[in-house]
Every structure is written in C-alpha cells, then in structure tokens.
Design a protein around this ligand. Structure first.
Ligand code: OAD
Ligand code: ZN
Length: 272
C-alpha cells in the first residue's frame, strides 16, 4: 500500500466518470524527463536571472555584456532539451486521451513533449521551442526537435564571435523572406498564446488535472480557478506544493510521472 493510495483511488474514481477532462501543466511535468523546472532549488531561475534573460530587451542587453559566460549555459540547456524524452506522466496523459477521457492539454511547457507522447489537442500558452517565427514577415514554421537542436548546437559551436547578430544565425532562416527567425515562445512581457482556447477548455471541462506548476505565473494560474467556478472537479499533483488549495478536490503530493500511471492502473482495476 502506498502512502497516497486513498487520494489515487479518489482521483481514479473521479476520472473514470469524466467525459471531458482538461490537464493544465507546468514545468514539473517535464522534470522527470531531465528538464529543470524554473523555481525548484537548482532550477532555471537559480542559474539565470529572469530580469537578465526573461525579456527580449533584457536578453539582448545581457548578451551584449556577457555572452561568453551565457553561451556554455545555453549549450547545456540545448543538450538537455535535445536528449529529453516524454516520461511516464506524458504517456499517461496520452493514454487518457486515447481512452476518450482527456480532451485537452493546456501547458506552460515549450518542450513539445506532450505532442511527442501522443496528445493531439495541446494548447501551448507559452509557445513551442520547435516552432520558429520570422522576425520580419511573421511566418511560422515547425521543425523536428532533435535535428533542430543538433543543428543549432553545431552552429553555436562554430561561432567565433558572440555578438547578437552572430548568435541569431544559429536559428534557421525564413524560407519566404530570408529574414532571421526566433523560437516562437513567450518571454516575460509578451502576450500569452491561445488564451481564449485555454479559457474555453477550462470553463467547459468536467475534471481539471493541475500538474507540476507553482501557480505563480498568470494568466495560466487562473485556469484551475475558472474550471472550479464552472463546476469541474480539480485534482492537483505536485510533490512539494499546492498553489490551488482553495479550489482543490484531491491533492496528491507525488511526482506526476509516478502518480499518473498509478491513477491509470487504478482506473483499469476499477473497470475490470
Ligand atoms: P515552476 O518552476 O514555477 O514550478 C514547477 C512546479 O513543479 C513546482 O511547484 C514543483 O513543486 C513542481 N514539480 C517539481 N517536480 C515535479 C514532478 N516530478 N512532478 C510534478 N510536479 C513537480 O514552473 P511553472 O509553474 O511551469 O514562463 O512556471 C511557469 C512559468 O514560469 C514558465 O512557463 C516560464 C517561467 O517563467 C515563461 O517562460 C513565460
Ligand atoms: Zn519571413
């Protein structure tokens, strides 16, 4: 018997009855894929300062001052991102979609792992690192994660200078207009993507799974509250904190890659 069996069983029973569940995910869901979260000890905001690299202006100014220091950190991050694979939590969410229970994944993650695990309705409110956008004509283009990253790493390795215009050459060029492209991700101060769809999914779901988020970044942090207001059951999985206590029906203090497969196992037992 595991410590949280009662909570796992409750979550399994709620999900078994669901017809239109939504998951709202944060960095914790990808932690077990080896990608550091932002605010846990040793997380990205321990290594990098958000005011230095979290905004477009800040990043440009910081690169001018200390590119030499930042490039090895970016290189390590690229390697982590290149090597990551969907973990059992991502796979469980894909299974829940196949079972006809989970209809939408809303995620703050930009790592593409939900899609690679097999979820098809994925709303990426902070964008996706595998999609580039042209700085000049706005054209978006999707790339395969591993080739995109390995090419960027090779170009970065070959650079002799780290001025902004040199660094920008590591991203692919726009095939329409030849201009530079950047990853289509949301930096601080930029508009969140697809928010109306995210609200719609939150306000119409019967169950919301809130997975691996500290709930400090808005508007993503409003979504569980919207779901509860509209009558959904809210299940929170997070090993260290629950930022949504006021709206939570079941809280499971476990890693998502451990709790979700246990919930699915329980659902299968209940069905047999
Ligand atoms: P945070 O780093 O703020 O929070 C990660 C959460 O995941 C914490 O609450 C951890 O307790 C939890 N966690 C850690 N390991 C876990 C695991 N194995 N399973 C489940 N949960 C786990 O990340 P987010 O809430 O996603 O925004 O951060 C939101 C936004 O802040 C990011 O999208 C990014 C960042 O600034 C932008 O870049 C715009
Ligand atoms: Zn273009």
């Amino acid at each position: 018997m595991g410590e949280w069996d009662k909570e796992i069983a409750e979550a399994a029973s709620i999900l078994s009855r669901a017809k239109n569940a939504t998951a709202s995910c944060g960095a914790g869901v990808s932690a077990e894929s080896g990608i550091a979260t932002f605010r846990d000890p040793g997380g990205i905001w321990d290594i990098l300062n958000p005011s230095e690299v979290g905004t477009v202006d800040g990043l440009i100014r910081t690169l001018e001052r200390k590119a030499k220091q930042l490039v090895p950190i970016f290189m390590d991050m690229l390697t982590t991102f290149e090597q990551a694979e969907p973990n059992p939590g991502h796979h469980a969410l894909a299974d829940l979609e196949k079972m006809g229970i989970l209809k939408t994944v809303i995620t703050q993650n930009t790592d593409n792992l939900h899609r690679e695990a097999g979820n098809t309705e994925v709303i990426e409110v902070h964008g996706n690192l595998c999609r580039m956008v042209c700085l000049s004509c706005g054209r978006q283009r999707w790339f395969e994660r591993k080739p995109l990253i390995s090419e960027a790493k090779a170009k970065l390795k070959a650079l002799k200078k780290f001025k902004l215009q040199d660094l920008m050459t590591i991203a692919p060029q726009c095939t329409l207009c030849g201009s530079m492209m950047r990853p289509d991700v949301v930096m601080f101060g930029e508009a969140v993507q697809d928010l109306p769809r995210a609200y719609q999914a939150s306000q119409t779901c019967d169950v919301m799974l809130v997975l691996g988020t500290s709930g400090v970044v808005y508007p993503a942090a409003y979504l569980p509250i919207e779901a509860k207001k509209a009558g959904a059951s809210v299940i929170v999985i997070n090993p260290t904190e629950n930022a949504f206590e006021n709206v939570t029906d079941v809280y499971i203090p476990m890693k998502s890659g451990e709790a979700l497969p246990l919930i699915l196992e329980r659902m299968r037992e209940m069905a047999s």
